[in-house]
Design a protein around this ligand. Sequence first.
Ligand code: CA
Length: 250
Amino acid sequence: MSPPRADTHRLLYHPAAATHPLPQPSTMRVLLVEDDPLIGDGLRLGLSRLGIHADWVEGISAATQALDHDDYAAVVLDLGLPDGSGLELLRRARERGVPVPVLILTARDAIDDKLAGFATGADDYVVKPVAVEELAARLTALARRAGGWASPCLRCGEVELDLAARRVRRKGEEVALSGKELTVLELLMQNAGRVVTRSRIDETLYGWDEGAESNTVEVFIHHLRRKLGSDFIRTLRGIGYLIPRDEEGR
Ligand code: CA
C-alpha cells in the first residue's frame, strides 16, 4: 500500500459535508475505477453519503467485467491503473458501443492528457484532488444528460420530483418521503410508461439497507400510494409496477 498522499484529505473530507444536511439517497449507481485504496475508499464513502452508490474496482479487467454485467449511470475512471491505462479501457468500451458517461479523474493535468481523454470518448475530465460534492454534482449532471432529461425535475401527473433538491411535490405541496421511498419513486418516474420489475426495485434498494426500515417492495409502494394517491402507481400482478406517462391520460 502506498503512503497517504498529502492531498488525500481533500478527497476524504470536505468541510461542507459536516455543515450541510446530507441529501437523500438516490437511485444512482456508478462504477468507480481507482487503484489507490485511500482515494477509492474515500470516494466510495463520500459518494454514498451524497446518495450515489459506487461499485469500486481497482483495475481494467474488473472494470470491463463490471461494465459488461451491470448498468451504471456513469463511470469515474482513473488513468494510471495497475493493469494498464484507463484510456485503453475507455477506448475498448467505446469500440464495443458502451454508451455510459465516463468522467476521467486523474492527477494528470496536462492539456494533452485532457485532449486525449476527450478524444477517446470521455464526457468529463477532472484533475485530482476534487471535493466529493463537486464529483457528485458532475456525475449527476452527466447521468441526467445521458438519460435525456435536460431538466432536473421529473413530472408525472400531479407529482413533481426535483432530482437535484431531492424534493417531491404533489399539486405543488411538498410531500415528505423517506430516502428509500424516494429511491423507489425516482426509479418508477424515470421509467414512466414502462413496467419496472420487482427485482429491479429490489436491486436498486440494495446497498441502502442500513437502519430498521423495511425493505419489502410492497411496503414502499403502499407508502407511496398513501402519500401520492392510490392510483398513482399501477400494479402489474406478478411482473412489477408502472407509473403511466402523462400523455396516457394523466
Ligand atoms: Ca492510479
